[in-house]
Design a protein around this ligand. Structure first.
Ligand SMILES: Cc1cc2nc3c(=O)[nH]c(=O)nc-3n(C[C@H](O)[C@H](O)[C@H](O)COP(=O)(O)OP(=O)(O)OC[C@H]3O[C@@H](n4cnc5c(N)ncnc54)[C@H](O)[C@@H]3O)c2cc1C
Length: 378
């Protein structure tokens, strides 16, 4: 049997889905949200929340600092030949997705969204009904926020994206001296076949997240510990950081086939379907902008939805703000890529020209003016 829901059906309770639910509830609209996981959970993410994401979170009534976020003020680029450290030019935060996503969903529920955990959407019926493990629903607006997971019948058009990397994330307890050196920094560590991000999060844990080519992963027989040992053997900096480190997760989280550089186009989906978050745009992970983009897109989508503007207007608004950063970040990833000589040249350039890193950082971000406008705070 199919139920008719009079408001928005949000599928997926990550940052994008929860943010959209909060915004809709703040404007008094009925919201039904399905999140397939029963409980708050870890997610694969470097957990760098850029200043733009902080503005969006605060506009939703979430204070990252109250959740234990730690400040990040500088970036350290590490590659063959050494390292270089530069101030970011803004204050970012580092916060586990476990804490952030749970707070966002709790806020949506507190505002009156009907949040149903443990409900998994299974696909879309011919008449637009959304099928789930707990019954099917028809709604005038469906906000698809399932992140990397495509819903059956609604694939993303990802031709031409960079999708050959395998991602991993784990937490480690670093030795005190390493923790002190890392504090306040996000480290981008380049190696043959990919890169790693390392930074402190709350409760004195360090987030180690990396993307590596399938070939290099396969060469380590697909074993995480062998891969980490292999990377540490190549990059002395990583070996030093991880010396005496204690793993905090039983198993790392893993992901494959993320379509970096993807930006959705309206017109291919049914008119009631709004793609949010990674379903709408995927910016290379080294930028630490995925969450900000997801929060930003959710704000733009809700505005277009309530104004009756349609998904084409939303797609245009998202492209206006996000196409530049996504394109430049994807180009940078292609240029510097996974080859050590190119990575070494980037490091040399960043050393010789102090403005290069801040320029690259700024070129791959949303403009703060656009963020404040979308967040409703500027
Ligand atoms: C290796 C890596 C490192 C990254 N590092 C950073 C970083 O440092 N900073 C940053 O800002 N971004 C980073 N990102 C990007 C960021 O994680 C994503 O852009 C962001 O999570 C997108 O949010 P979302 O809400 O679209 O998806 P998600 O956060 O993935 O949420 C999707 C939700 O939908 C639920 N779901 C999925 N399918 C269904 C279904 N069928 N039915 C019901 N529920 C469903 C899932 O359980 C999940 O809770 C990184 C990504 C990767 C892969």
């Amino acid at each position: 049997m199919t139920d008719a829901w009079p408001g928005a059906l949000v599928v997926g309770g990550g940052v994008a889905g929860a943010a959209a639910a909060i915004r809709l509830r703040l404007l008094g609209r009925p919201v039904l949200l399905w999140e397939r996981e029963r409980l708050a959970h870890h997610k694969i993410c470097g957990e760098f929340l850029s200043a733009e994401g902080v503005v969006h979170a605060q506009a939703l009534g979430i204070d990252p600092d109250a959740l234990g976020a730690v400040p990040i003020r500088a970036a350290r680029l590490v590659a063959a030949g050494g390292e270089v450290t530069r101030r970011l030019g803004f204050e970012a935060r580092s916060l586990t997705r476990h804490a952030l996503d749970a707070a966002l969903l709790a806020r949506a529920a507190a505002l009156g969204a009907d949040v149903r955990r443990g409900v998994q959407a299974r696909g879309i019926g011919e008449d637009g009904t959304i099928l789930s493990t707990h019954g099917d629903v028809r709604a005038p607006a469906v906000l698809l926020a399932t992140g990397k997971h495509n819903l059956r019948g609604l694939p993303r058009e990802t031709a031409g994206t960079i999708d050959h990397l395998v991602g991993f994330k784990t937490y480690v307890r670093l030795a005190p001296a390493q923790r002190a050196e890392l504090s306040g920094h996000t480290e981008l560590i380049l190696f043959r076949g990919g890169y790693a991000g390392l930074q402190m999060v709350e409760r004195d844990m360090a987030n180690l997240c990396f993307l590596v080519s399938r070939e290099r992963h396969a060469a380590c027989n697909g074993r995480f510990d062998a891969l980490v040992a292999d990377l540490a053997a190549e990059v002395p900096h990583l070996a030093r950081r991880l010396e005496a480190a204690v793993p905090l997760l039983d198993r790392p989280l893993a992901i494959g086939g993320v379509p970096y550089g993807y930006l959705f186009k309206a017109g291919r989906d049914p008119p009631f379907l709004w793609r949010l978050g990674d379903q709408a745009a995927v910016i290379p992970s080294f930028t630490g902008m995925g969450m900000s983009l997801a929060l930003h897109g959710a704000a733009l989508a809700v505005r277009a939805l309530l104004a009756g503007d349609g998904t084409a207007a939303y797609a245009r608004a998202l492209a206006r703000d996000a196409a530049g950063p996504v394109r430049r970040a994807t180009l940078l990833q292609q240029l510097v890529g996974e080859e050590r000589p190119r990575q070494g040249r980037l490091l040399a350039l960043a050393r010789a020209l102090p403005q290069i890193l801040p320029l690259a950082v700024s070129a791959t971000r949303l403009r703060m003016k656009a963020v404040r406008r979308a967040a409703g705070t500027g």
